[in-house]
Design a binder for this molecule. Sequence first.
Ligand SMILES: [Zn+2]
Length: 204
Amino acid sequence: MSHPLIEADVRANLCLHDIADDPSSIYTLPMSYLVAIIDGLQAQGIADRVRIYFDDGYASVLEAVQTLRTRAPEIEIVLALTLEFLGQPGRIVWSDIDPLYDAGVGIAGHGREHLHMAELSDEQNLAQLVASRDALARYGADEFVFPYGSYDDRVVDLNDRHQLFKVMTTIDYGWDHGQALRPRLMATTEMTAGEVVARLASPD
Ligand SMILES: [Zn+2]
């Protein structure tokens, strides 16, 4: 009996933030949690169907990527980077990106600043999208991850009109059939690692 993700021939995406043993918010998860997710995905035989995102460029992503690469090289990794966070305390710096990119880690835009795009004007949103595209073009960034998961039809239309990113990525959960509005499941301390892995068996 194969896993529903395999039967449906789809993928799933997980959104993580900071990985630290001293949780400062519901978005900070310990390394043991990440390892439990990896083990759970591999036990279900679905690690190669799951993409793991690290949003916001926390410095902990360096160790997290190493752990993933060592334990589960079949898991695709994407970093969603907000430009103004780079180089701030506790965050990665620009020179960290090259070795990650060279190691096959995907790079996605996540705003010049980290703003609720559903609350911005078209002009403001365009500036966020263009700055992200221009700064990350050398990493082949063709994906934009909405900060806070905040978006509306306007920002999606705006991106289409200006042909900036191929994929726009949410934190609305669902299976990934390759649609241009990409679903993700956001993991927080409110779910156990086992619950996160179990959730992937369901399409919505
Ligand atoms: Zn973010």
